[in-house]
Design a protein around this ligand. Sequence first.
Ligand SMILES: Cc1cc2nc3c(=O)[nH]c(=O)nc-3n(C[C@H](O)[C@H](O)[C@H](O)COP(=O)(O)OP(=O)(O)OC[C@H]3O[C@@H](n4cnc5c(N)ncnc54)[C@H](O)[C@@H]3O)c2cc1C
Length: 531
Amino acid sequence: MPFDYVIVGAGSAGCVLAARLSEDPRVQVLLLEAGPEDRHPWLHIPIGYGRTFRDPRVSWQFQTEPEAATAGRSLTIPRGRVLGGSSSINGLGFTRGQAADYDSWAQMGNRGWSFAEVLPYFKRMERFEGGADAFRGGDGPMSVSYARDRWELCEVFLKAAGRHGIPTNPDPNGARQDGIAYFQTNTRNGLRHSTSMAYLNPIRARPNLTVETHAEARRLLFEGRRCVGLAYEIQGQPREVRAGRDVILAGGSIGSPQLLELSGVGGGERLKAVGIEVVHDLKGVGENLHDHYLARSVWRVTKKVTFNERLRGFRLVKEVVKFALTRRGLMTICAAQLCAFVRSRPELDLPDLELTFTPWSMQQGQIGRLEHEPGMSIVAFQLRPESRGSIHLKSSDPKAPPAIRPNYLATETDRRVLIDGLRLARRLVASPELDPYRGAQIWPAPHLSSDDELLAHARETGASVGHLAGTCKMGPATDAQAVVGPDLRVHGIAGLRVADASILPTMISGHTNAPVIMIGEKASDLIRDAA
Ligand SMILES: Cc1cc2nc3c(=O)[nH]c(=O)nc-3n(C[C@H](O)[C@H](O)[C@H](O)COP(=O)(O)OP(=O)(O)OC[C@H]3O[C@@H](n4cnc5c(N)ncnc54)[C@H](O)[C@@H]3O)c2cc1C
């Protein structure tokens, strides 16, 4: 069957592209997804991320190379492998970042990507519970909801933050990001609203849209410098498909550079070293990897007001019943309850640090394994990391995972801001508002207080926030690291675009799902306008 567009990966961006491009009944769209349908209930019950993100049936379980930056540890990097991609397994927090993030992209030569120019796409994507205004959308496919419940310890923490000059912000996705708020979430009536549910599900029956699951792209097909289709495998069976107009890579920050390199598009010397014939020498492929790296602080709580004890035994049964009857309660929570966007130094123009607060604590910091005693956690991460790493093939075997080297905390600023975050967490918890609740600090141990000690804690126990980005950097052809231009076409190759988290030239000051959905929305207009 001839297709006009072949989209690789049904994730945050891929589902948006499939839905928007197939709005035109004259074009045929094929969406390929390596993972299965998103049928399992834990993909829809919000708190299910505690299981799904480490379930290999729906999550790629990549590993970083052991690096000194993480005290020689290899970190697990989950990525969605299911319809909806990472939007089906992520922590559900919905944030856009700062206007200045996108303005800086435009400043780097990415015409059309300033905040004023991407805002219409942020608005077009969402159906915000608070309604439409100058910054928010009211009738888009993706439901964005306020937290459905208020929690005693969160309310106390909001007061403590206010004492430290961190005001409660009614909408950090609105005019101003500064301050603290309950996370907004991509949920609808208490259920996860992934891009699969928001964009794909309502239009799945379109006759011009074909969705294939368990279908893994293996290699792009070229005629000269034009991409004309791809080879893929479905349940182990090899197939080929041709694309009349564009192949669009939406495989995410790991999948997209991996497929480009497997197809001979990447740094020439690097490809030759693993036995891959070079189609186009494009050095930036797989470079410019950036991610948010978190450091966690944990305290005991002296009252039974935390999720640790509510999520076990009889109280857990009560929560399940409550969810079944009302779609409220702990089954509907996202991965953290409060988000604070703050400045690590008062002289800064904009927040450079995020703290999240949750009245729970995990065994050895492992998400999904709650401690038995009451506990609370604060996670800190620098919003705009300067450190850059890479993702490259280890071999020409398409089934072999690539080498992921995040190179966290490589710059002085990245280290300093994270240390500042750990100190700010301590100051906030020392507030008198928390006196009736505060137990001993567990992580980092209270005697660890010097820069070196706190940095060692971050290296030994920190983790990826899951925001890997930048490995097919967007930038003008004059930028040696750029892989796609502002029109998302791969430099030097016709008929091939990338539209997913990998195109971020620099990190946005927040979580990445909403920006990637925006990229899917904007890419669909760029592609349609060029047809
Ligand atoms: C555990 C976790 C928690 C997170 N929490 C949050 C959060 O709370 N808030 C937030 O905003 N962001 C969060 N994120 C980040 C956010 O979800 C991602 O940045 C975003 O979903 C990335 O979208 P994408 O389209 O680039 O890739 P993905 O959504 O990962 O989609 C890529 C898709 O392509 C498929 N694929 C890859 N290679 C191939 C191939 N060769 N052939 C066929 N299919 C392929 C994959 O299976 C996947 O379905 C989290 C991420 C993770 C993993």
